[in-house]
Design a binder for this molecule. Structure first.
Ligand code: HEM
Length: 414
């Protein structure tokens, strides 16, 4: 944690330990420089709620078309470029695409996240949650990540996509590889492994698309592989891969980290768990407040498309901005003096931005809310005691530029 005026020297979001405790940095940024140009990277960090909202709602001025993987320190190793050369040319479909084709691509998947579809998947999510809970009960002391927070969202997204037969470990390895690629903080060795895993996943997805085109089922891959878009053509392989990998990564990493963040809070605060058990109506608030306070996607890149000014700070054309949702979500000017505390049972003055805002607002928000609600409902009812099995100081986060992910969460359940 740093003192007044020191953040310019200490603020280094590419530091391995940054995600351990980013909150003091965000507080200082909001107070001293809500639009802050980091001299190390030339990236403009946006820390205040209203400014984050302003950037997110102007996609023509602040574009999402940023090559995150290419931003790795020291560039990409030659071997990574060789592996990538064997693969598919990247396509812009949803999250990096601000052009007129964005609604078309998004419209291909959004029907899978309607209330009717969520109702249909609910029994599967509830059953799977119950099975994972029973397995944890049998163990007593567990790593909540390995035993629950990782496998639940993976099972759900695997079923949605039509990749159930690949199993949690393989899907998690692939998803981690894509997440590491956009986190650009990997060693050379890991960067090569990441490139190999991404290639393997892409190849598997293309094979699955071909299988489903011949024999469609009720899953997203079948839908995407058979749907005809503009000009009456099928999606090409690059488009298919872009959409499918976004769903795979966005659909589990983030939900995993919200589950873990919420469980850590319950393990630290027995009264909070008791309150949710006694008043299940508050679970929806707990989910929203966990999303706000944990912000598993701490921020996202945008690129200025012309010279502009934000809160009096000149931002030149082509400058990279990093909008920090995690800081906006604790902005005292919006959420008051107790912005960093969890509030249940009262409506917050403005919605949190953990799912983003504007045209790229998370397409899977309602699915993850369903998973989080069912999980916490069942967890607080299944266990009377939820306690950390190690001291708080033993809990650590993975190094990443914008995803905040606990490495492990050992807990005892009784
Ligand atoms: C707690 C869980 C989740 C969090 C915190 C989260 C967060 C976000 C955020 C912040 C964005 C906006 C990114 C930007 O504007 O650059 C986003 C977009 C997106 N999310 Fe999520 N997400 C979650 C769960 C999911 C799930 C379950 C899915 C799919 C099954 C999903 C799919 C997507 C997709 C496809 C986009 C891009 C949408 C577009 O560009 O139009 N997310 N998510």
């Amino acid at each position: 944690m740093m003192g007044e005026g020191e953040f310019a020297a200490d603020f280094d979001p590419k530091a391995d330990a940054f995600m351990e405790d980013p909150w003091g940095f965000y507080r200082a940024l909001r107070r001293e420089a809500p639009v802050y140009r980091d001299p190390r990277s030339d990236i403009f960090f946006i820390a205040a709620y209203d400014l984050v909202d302003e950037v997110m709602k102007q996609p023509a001025l602040f574009s999402s078309a940023v090559d995150r993987a290419g931003m790795r320190k020291g560039g990409l190793p030659a071997r990574v470029l060789e592996i990538k050369a064997q693969g598919w040319t990247p396509a812009l479909t949803m999250s990096h695409n601000d052009t007129a084709s964005h609604p078309m691509y998004r419209g291909l998947v959004s029907p899978f996240f309607t209330p009717r579809k969520l109702k249909a998947i609910e029994p599967f999510v509830a059953d799977h949650t119950a099975q994972l809970i029973e397995a944890m009960r049998a163990k007593g002391t567990v790593d909540f990540l390995t035993d629950f927070a990782v496998p639940l969202p993976i099972a759900v997204i695997a079923r949605y996509l039509g990749l159930e037969d690949y199993g949690v470990e393989t899907l998690k390895n692939w998803s981690d590889a894509f997440a590491d690629e956009i986190g650009f903080m990997t060693s050379d060795e890991r960067a090569i492994e990441v490139a190999e895993l991404c290639f393997e996943c892409h190849k598997t997805m293309i094979d699955r698309c071909n299988e489903r085109r011949a024999d469609p089922r009720d899953d997203i891959i079948s839908h995407l592989a058979t749907t005809r878009i503009e000009d009456d053509r099928l999606l090409n392989e690059s488009e298919l891969l872009s959409i499918l990998t976004q769903l795979l990564v966005a659909g589990n990493e983030t939900t995993t980290n919200t589950l873990a963040g919420g469980m850590r809070r319950l393990a630290r605060d027995a009264a909070l768990a008791a309150e949710l058990r006694a008043e299940p109506k508050k679970i929806a608030d707990f989910v929203e407040e966990t999303l706000r306070l944990e912000s598993p996607v701490q921020g996202q890149f945008r690129k200025a498309t012309e010279d502009t000014v934000l809160a009096g700070v000149p931002v030149p054309k082509d400058a990279l901005l990093h909008v920090r949702f995690a800081s906006a979500n604790r902005d005292e000017t919006i959420y008051g003096d107790s912005a960093e505390a969890m509030k249940l049972g009262t409506r917050q003055p403005k919605p949190h931005v953990a799912f983003g805002a504007g045209m790229h607002f998370c397409v899977g928000a309602m699915l993850s809310r369903l998973e989080l609600r069912l999980a916490f409902e069942q967890l607080v009812n299944a266990f009377e005691t939820i306690e950390l099995a190690v001291p708080e100081s033993d809990l650590h986060y993975h190094p990443h530029f914008h995803l905040r992910a606990l490495k492990a969460l050992p807990i005892s359940l009784g």
